[in-house]
Write a protein that binds this ligand. Structure first.
Ligand code: NAD
Ligand code: UGA
Length: 450
C-alpha cells in the first residue's frame, strides 16, 4: 500500500522536501500544511515564498496533481498515514535556557494537533532539527490520545539552502532513526520505501532514534566548526602575511581533511548552524559536560568575532571614522542562491556600521524583500536593486554575499562612480584583488593581504 504523506510546516524544509518527495512518488498524495495563510497562498501562487534554484519547476510539475498546499492541518492529518513535522525550532529567547535551548512550542503545538485530529494509527516523522531525546517527549504528547498508536521516527534533513533541490535529488545519505521493536521497524520500512523511490538503498541509513537526532546536531556542529577554524586561521593570516587560500588549498589536499567547507568569509549565517550549536551547548551543560559545552560555544564566539573584525578593519582603513560615510553592502542573503537572510552576517555588519553612524545602501538580487523587514527601524539605510546605483557616491563597497553576478560587474564603472579613495572589501574573496587594485580601489579581503 502506498501511504499518503502530510507535512506540517511549509517552510524552507517542508516545501522543497515535500515537492521532491511528491515528484518522485507520483502515486502518493502529498499534503503540505501550515498555520500561515500568507505562506500557503504564496506556495499556491506563481511567486513562491522562497527562492531556491530548480524549486519552481518541481513545484509546478506536481502542484494540483499529487502535491497540495493548504491551511487545513486537520484534514491532512486525517487523510495521511505518514506525517512529517517540519516546523521551526528557533533558539529560545525567554525563560530557562534562553539564548541556547531550542524553543519547542511550535513543535509541541503540532504534536498536540496530530493527537487531537488523528483518526487512526499514524507514523509521525521528526523532520525539524531537535534536541536529542525529543522523540520521547513527542511520544508522550501523542499518547495522550486514547485509541490510536503513533510511531515516532527521526528523519533529519541535511539539505543546504541554495542547493536544496540537488541535495534532495542526490543526497549523500538519508537518515532514518526508529524504535527497534517490530512496530518501529515496520514504520522505518514504510519511510525507507518513500525515499527508495529515487535514493539508492545503500545511501539510506537506519539507526536508533537517539543516534539519528544526535547525528543531525553533530553534523551541523562539525560543519560550523570547520568554518570557525578557517576563520580563526584567516585572522592569523592577516597578521602574518600568510594567505588563507593557499593554506586551505594545502589543507584540502589531505583527504582526511577534505577540500569542501574551507572557505574563509564573514562567518556562517543561516537559520541553523548557530541555533544547533547553541542547542548542543545547552544539552552538554544540562548533562554536566561543561568542558564540552565550552568547546562548542567557542565555535559561535569565533563566528561573532569574524563579523566584528570586518567592521573594525573598515574603520581602520577609512581613517578611523565612518560617520556620514556611504557604504554599499553587495549582498544581504546569508549565502548565494537564496533569498534567506536569517542570521545573515550582513545584518550584523549593518548594525555595527549603523553604530558608527555610516549611511548604508543594501543591494541583493533575491533578498531585498527580507532585507527590508530585517532593516526596518534602522536609521540611514536604503535598499537599491541596481548595484551600479547602489555604489554611486559611496566610500566603500563591501561584498557580503558571493553572488556569481558580482564577479561579472563592470568594476571600472563602479570605481568611477564612487568617492575617492574608494574601498572595496571582498569578505567572500570572490574577486581578483590584484586586478581590483589596478583599477584604483583600496582592497581588503579575508585572510590575505593584497
Ligand atoms: P521555517 O520557519 O521556514 O518553516 C516552519 C514553518 O512551520 C512556518 O511556515 C510556520 O508557520 C510553520 N508552523 C509553525 N508551527 C506550526 C504549527 N503548529 N502547525 C502548522 N505549521 C506550523 O523553518 P525551516 O527553515 O523550514 O526549518 C524548519 C526545521 O527544519 C527547523 O527545525 C530547522 O532546524 C530544520 N532544518 C532546516 C533547514 C534549512 O535549510 N532551512 C535544513 C535542515 C533542517
Ligand atoms: C547547513 C548545512 O550545510 C546543511 O547540511 C544543513 O542541513 C543545514 O545547515 C541546516 O541544518 O539547516 P545552510 O545553512 O543552508 O546548510 O547553508 P551552508 O551551505 O551550510 O552555509 C552556511 C553558512 O556557512 C553560510 O553563511 C555560508 O556562507 C557559510 N560558509 C559555508 C562559509 O563561510 N564557508 C564555507 O566554506 C561554507
Amino acid at each position: 500500500m502506498n501511504r499518503n504523506i502530510a507535512c506540517i510546516g511549509a517552510g524552507y524544509i517542508g516545501g522543497p522536501t515535500m515537492a521532491v518527495i511528491a515528484r518522485k512518488n507520483p502515486d502518493r498524495k502529498v499534503m503540505v500544511v501550515d498555520i500561515s495563510k500568507e505562506r500557503i497562498d504564496a506556495w499556491n501562487s506563481d511567486d513562491l515564498p522562497i527562492y531556491e534554484p530548480g524549486l519552481e519547476e518541481v513545484v509546478k510539475s506536481c502542484r494540483g496533481k499529487n502535491l497540495f498546499f493548504s491551511t487545513d492541518v486537520a484534514a491532512a492529518i486525517r487523510e495521511c498515514d505518514i506525517i512529517f513535522v517540519g516546523v521551526n525550532t528557533p533558539t529560545k529567547t525567554f525563560g530557562k535556557g534562553a539564548g541556547y535551548a531550542s524553543n519547542l512550542q511550535f513543535w509541541e503545538a503540532a504534536a498536540r494537533t496530530i493527537s487531537q485530529e488523528a483518526n487512526g494509527d499514524k507514523i509521525v516523522v521528526e523532520k525539524s532539527t531537535l534536541p536529542i531525546r525529543t522523540a520521547d517527549a513527542m511520544a508522550a504528547v501523542l499518547h495522550t490520545h486514547p485509541e490510536h498508536t503513533f510511531t515516532v521516527l527521526s528523519n533529519p534533513e541535511f539539505l543546504a539552502e541554495g542547493s536544496a533541490i540537488n541535495d534532495l535529488l542526490d543526497p549523500d545519505r538519508v537518515l532514518i532513526g526508529g524504535p527497534t521493536d517490530t512496530r518501529g521497524q515496520e514504520a522505518v520500512q514504510a519511510l525507507v520505501d518513500v525515499y527508495a523511490a529515487w535514493v539508492p538503498r545503500e545511501r539510506i541509513i537506519t539507526t536508533n532514534v537517539w543516534s539519528s537526532e544526535m547525528s543531525k546536531l553533530a553534523a551541523n556542529a562539525m560543519l560550523a566548526q570547520r568554518i570557525s577554524s578557517v576563520n580563526a586561521f584567516s585572522a592569523l593570516c592577516e597578521e602574518t602575511g600568510a594567505n588563507i587560500e593557499e593554506v586551505t588549498a594545502v589543507l584540502g589536499m589531505d583527504h582526511r581533511i577534505g577540500k569542501y567547507f574551507l572557505k574563509a568569509g564573514p562567518g556562517f549565517g543561516g537559520s541553523c548552524f548557530k541555533k544547533d550549536v547553541l542547542n548542543l551547548v545547552y544539552l552538554c551543560r544540562t548533562y554536566g559536560l561543561d568542558e564540552a559545552a565550552d568547546y562548542w560555544e567557542s565555535v559561535v564566539t569565533m563566528n561573532d568575532v569574524q563579523q566584528r573584525r570586518i567592521v573594525e578593519r573598515m574603520v581602520k582603513s577609512l581613517f578611523n571614522t565612518l560617520a556620514g560615510k556611504r557604504i554599499a553592502l553587495f549582498g544581504f542573503a546569508f549565502k548565494a542562491n537564496t533569498g534567506d537572510t536569517r542570521e545573515t552576517p550582513a545584518l550584523t555588519v549593518a548594525h555595527l556600521l549603523n553604530e558608527e553612524h555610516a549611511e548604508i545602501v543594501v543591494t541583493d538580487p533575491k533578498a531585498l524583500r527580507n532585507a527590508a523587514k530585517d532593516l526596518a527601524g534602522l536609521e540611514r539605510v536604503t535598499l537599491e536593486p541596481d548595484p551600479y546605483k547602489a555604489a554611486e557616491g559611496c566610500d566603500a563597497i563591501v561584498i557580503m554575499t558571493e553572488w556569481a553576478c558580482y564577479r561579472d560587474l563592470d568594476w571600472a564603472r563602479l570605481y568611477a562612480s564612487m568617492r575617492k579613495p574608494a574601498l572595496l572589501f571582498d569578505t567572500r574573496n570572490i574577486l581578483d584583488g590584484k586586478a581590483m587594485k589596478a583599477l584604483g580601489f583600496n582592497v581588503l579581503a579575508v585572510g590575505k593581504t593584497l
